[in-house]
Write a protein that binds this ligand. Structure first.
Ligand code: ADE
Length: 418
């Protein structure tokens, strides 16, 4: 079996971590048990480009139990957990091509290694695998039934491909399932971003001025958790509606330039580029901390920072000090890459349970329905999304009421008024 991981000697630690995550993934466990009996993916080649974590390991094991041949590479050069990667190779016989901190060339050569296995279904987090197969490995496209996409940024890229009529096979937008983005993007990113900042810096959050750029689901989660830790939160948002929501949720809302005067920690969660750019860099206080929670490392304008710095030095793991020409210092976390996966372990397993249940069931859906699907981006079928909510509640021991017949009828009627 071909693979490329840092050190297979880390497999023991990785297996412990994979089993630890499995404990908090009851929905995926149910799916795994069902897949093990029914083998719905028997003989299907699956190529996955996801963050290589202990939670992703559980997804890969589930697909393999379902009969698939899976190969995995990283969807970000800094997010790989080398021990989980080693265990997938050694303990579970799954080929992995991923090393934490790999350079860009290695990152893409690993994507090509997964493509060399001839995937019939692709799984992405950020659309780099799909983008590579569509641009550099077109010969492989004819074998592919369809693919899945995990994240907001990837879904945006894929919808743009579909609009331009260059998308060659159907995609299920796992991100857009309610049991994914309501929870993973909000509570997952909220907690894990704070976790990444704390592991990297060990700062006290209470009493700090914390600036969040972007008030989508991820930004909301980060703002909510920063507030919970005692920071005063300022939100930057370009969308008037979301800005209004942030204001009425109790946050200060202002421009980046104004926020730069107050902020001590700046976190981007927008999906756009150079969000932490000259307005903030030129005006922020000495010793400001900047971090990114968005998918790509484009949100902090590192080029501008470099051009305006006298020196750059590493002061702690995942913390670089930029000494600006005017003497101020700015601390960049995790090289401007996803701070939650770069400096911490990503979202907790309990939330990835729902995201990856959507992934596993979407892969099965694609395999069983690919003939009826066009070259478009589809939502996760509603019944799959709802079934995951039901299973998750059950696993938590939560029971809920049902509508009475009378109430159902009332909701379906229009005649009844005052
Ligand atoms: N994205 C965010 N957190 C993650 C995790 N723990 N595993 C895989 N993908 C993730």
């Amino acid at each position: 079996m071909d693979y490329d991981v840092r050190d297979t000697g880390l497999a023991g630690e990785g297996k412990n971590k994979i089993e630890w995550s499995e404990k908090d993934m009851p929905v995926l466990r149910d799916i795994r048990a069902d897949f093990a009996i029914k083998k719905p993916l028997k003989g299907v080649n699956i190529g996955a480009c996801l963050h290589v974590t202990s939670e992703t390991a559980n997804l890969m094991i589930t697909l393999k139990e379902g009969g698939a041949n899976v190969a995995l590479c990283a969807s970000n050069p800094l997010s790989t957990q080398d021990d989980a990667a080693a265990s997938l190779v050694k303990d579970y016989g799954i080929p992995v091509f991923a090393i934490k901190g790999e350079d860009n060339d290695t990152y893409y050569s690993h994507i090509h290694s997964v493509l060399d296995t001839g995937p019939q279904i692709t799984m992405d987090d950020g659309a780099d695998l799909i983008s590579t197969i569509h641009s550099k490995r077109k010969d492989l496209l004819k074998n592919v039934f369809g693919g899945t996409e995990e994240t907001t940024t990837g879904v945006i890229r894929l919808k743009s491909m579909a609009d331009k009529k260059v998308l060659y096979y159907p995609i299920i937008a796992v991100n857009d399932a309610k049991t994914k983005h309501f929870f993973d993007n909000r509570y997952g990113t909220g907690q894990s971003t704070i976790d990444g900042i704390l592991r990297a810096t060990n700062i006290l959050m209470a009493g700090k001025k914390f600036v969040v750029a972007g008030y989508g689901w991820c930004g909301r989660g980060v703002a909510m958790r920063a507030k919970g830790m005692g920071s005063s939160v300022i939100v930057l948002e370009v969308d008037p509606l979301k800005a209004l929501e942030a204001k009425l949720d109790g946050f200060d809302v202002m421009t980046g330039k104004k926020a730069a005067e107050y902020g001590e920690i700046f976190v981007s969660a927008t999906g756009d580029k150079n969000v932490i750019g000259p307005d903030i860099i030129d005006n922020c206080r000495d010793m400001s901390i900047v971090a990114n929670a968005g998918h790509f490392d484009a949100e902090i304008d590192l080029r501008y920072l470099r051009e305006n710095s006298k020196s750059i030095r590493k002061v702690r793991p995942f913390v670089e000090e930029y000494l600006l020409n005017d003497g101020r210092r700015i601390y960049v976390l995790a090289n401007g890459r996803l701070v939650n996966l770069g400096a911490a372990e990503g979202h907790p397993a309990s939330v990835m349970d729902m995201s990856f249940a959507n992934q596993a069931l979407s892969v099965k859906y694609i395999y069983q329905n690919s003939r009826e699907l066009g070259k478009k981006v589809y939502n996760v079928p509603k019944d799959i999304d709802e079934s995951i909510a039901v299973l998750k509640l059950k696993s938590m021991g939560v029971e809920i009421d049902k509508l009475t017949e009378e109430q159902e009828e009332y909701l379906g009627s229009w005649e009844m008024g005052t």
